[in-house]
Design a protein around this ligand. Structure first.
Ligand code: RRO
Length: 308
């Protein structure tokens, strides 16, 4: 057997597979991924106020993936932080990433203040939700100055909890934003959020299918965009990267790790193949490593850069 355990920002993961934020919305429900052998779990992004989310339908499958405009449906910080506390208490063996979203730095700080005492393994700053532009304008972190400012402010109060910045591919240069986050103290980068926004038209109803009309695109269609982003970020920064976006098969996992991801998010694929995908990918990754005579997964991280 090869060793697929891996360290990320000093935290031990049993395997490199992560449930990305937003695949499951209710906090207790995230346990389903743990029961199926995932290496770590990111909770649905939390906002200060409770949000009901966008009009239905919020999620739609298409031939090459999915489109969503969930609109940050979550319980808000008061109830959400209680639920997170319970979830952390009940799932001590597994790294948990608490994801936060805000439209102002001040609001990010209020969220971080409330979450840090709960001692999650990581805080993820969602700097990249594509689905609330009409309400709030572009996410704060779509621009390098603002992304860096948020990280700087958060790092002042985050204590020992490592801070990850989740970035959008829908920008001119994702490496500029990654570098700015790194220079302000981010401990890791999560790439990528969904692509787009996109739109699907319902031919029968003759109108956009999603309640919010447009939404973020995920699934196999976006894998090459995600791999390119991870590759460029790996070259641009020294902090580690969680790569995600369209990973469905073991070959995609290997590609993502070769591009530079230390951990790999598998999200939309759980809709397409069920939660059992984590145990399947673990086994297939192991078989690949054995076949290639790679004893330890970390030897594979970033190898696609060696010959270039
Ligand atoms: O809730 C959403 O609509 C959503 C979020 Br916060 C995000 O970060 N990415 C996405 O595709 N959808």
């Amino acid at each position: 057997m090869a060793d697929i355990r891996i360290k990320f920002c000093g935290v031990d993961f049993d395997n490199p597979f992560i449930l990305p934020s937003g695949i499951i919305t209710e906090i207790p429900e995230h346990k389903r991924a743990i029961d199926n052998g995932v290496g770590g779990v990111t909770l649905k992004s939390l906002t200060f106020e409770k949000r009901e989310g966008n009009p239905l339908p919020r999620v739609w499958k298409f031939d090459c993936g999915m489109i969503n405009s969930v609109g940050l449906r979550n319980a808000g910080i008061e109830k959400g932080s209680d639920e997170i506390k319970t979830f952390l208490d009940e799932n001590k063996g597994i790294p948990i990433i608490v994801s936060l979203f805000a439209t102002k730095i001040k609001e990010f700080l209020l969220l971080v203040e409330k979450i840090v005492p709960l001692k999650p393994h990581f805080i993820e700053l969602n700097l990249s939700c594509p689905n609330v532009d009409d309400e709030f304008g572009k996410s704060l972190g779509m621009e390098k100055g603002a992304a860096g400012e948020i990280v700087r402010a958060v790092k002042k109060i985050s204590g020992k909890v490592p801070v990850l910045a989740k970035l959008s591919p829908n920008v001119n240069d994702i490496t500029d934003i990654a570098k700015s986050c790194e220079s302000e103290g981010a401990n890791g980068i999560v790439a990528i959020n969904t692509v787009g926004p996109g739109m699907i038209i319902d031919l029968t109803k003759k109108k956009p299918i999603l309640g919010a009309k447009k939404g973020g695109v995920s699934g196999p269609a976006i894998l090459p965009v995600a791999v390119r982003c991870v590759y460029e970020i790996y070259d641009a920064v020294k902090i580690p990267v969680i790569g995600m976006g369209g990973v469905t098969k073991w070959q995609d996992v290997v590609e993502m790790i070769m591009a530079g991801a230390t951990l790999v998010g598998v999200g939309t694929a759980t809709y397409l193949k069920g939660m059992k995908i984590y145990s399947q990918l673990k086994q297939e990754l192991n078989e690949y490593l054995q076949k290639e005579n790679i004893k330890n997964l970390k030897e594979l991280v970033g190898v696609a850069h060696n010959l270039s």
